[in-house]
Design a protein around this ligand. Sequence first.
Ligand SMILES: O=C(O)c1cc(=O)[nH]c(=O)n1[C@@H]1O[C@H](COP(=O)(O)O)[C@@H](O)[C@H]1O
Length: 234
Amino acid sequence: MNQKPFIALDFPTWKDTSSFLELFDESLNVKVGMELYLQNGPVIIENILNKNHRIFLDLKLHDIPNTVYGAMKGLAQYDLELLNVHAAGGKAMMEKALEGLDAGRPANHNCTKLIAVTQLTSTSEKQMRDEQLIARSINDSVLHYASLAKQSGLDGVVCSPHEAMLIKEHCGEDFLRVTPGIRLSDDEKGDQQRITTPEKAREMGASLIVVGRSITKAENPQLAYEQVVKEWGA
Ligand SMILES: O=C(O)c1cc(=O)[nH]c(=O)n1[C@@H]1O[C@H](COP(=O)(O)O)[C@@H](O)[C@H]1O
């Protein structure tokens, strides 16, 4: 997989999405999340693949193991780079997710990597303690989820850049640290809590970055994308 930033296509329609993609004359790494997928269905995947972009399908599955198995088996038909589940679903769920992905993968497809969301980048330590009743540091919680994901055979995790180095040290260089929570230095943090710039994310041990509003809401998205690529160094 190349290391280009994944642009989060958080748009409601294919019309908005295709207008955005037409601004670029290169093949991009893009992330399709629940806003776009749930309102437009799987055709959105075909449309984007037909334009030669590579997809991280971010549906953050979190359900009983049997249900996640079935959902993953179905999703495995698409030629995707990355898929994700919530590590909070537990080891049995993550193992079944992987099994489903293997069971449904057509022989001629690349291996879609499966990663687990740890603590959302919109979650602060205070919120984690008060609302999830986890009386530990956010680093402990994220590292614990990363270890569970690794034991379950997954390829990596979604975390913030702030925990990336710790995970690299404990789970190894090859275990992916995919980090949203990325902002260019003048951008609003919005609903995100654990953020940094593309350049710092690289220094902090991220293996891939996900960038949404800093690009999609920029006055000039191409220039913002170029700036992100330059800082990230891919
Ligand atoms: O799994 C994700 O992609 C994800 C996990 C996480 O912890 N935090 C997070 O922001 N994301 C996604 O990454 C994107 C970040 O968007 P921006 O905050 O606009 O850059 C959104 O599409 C989120 O759904």
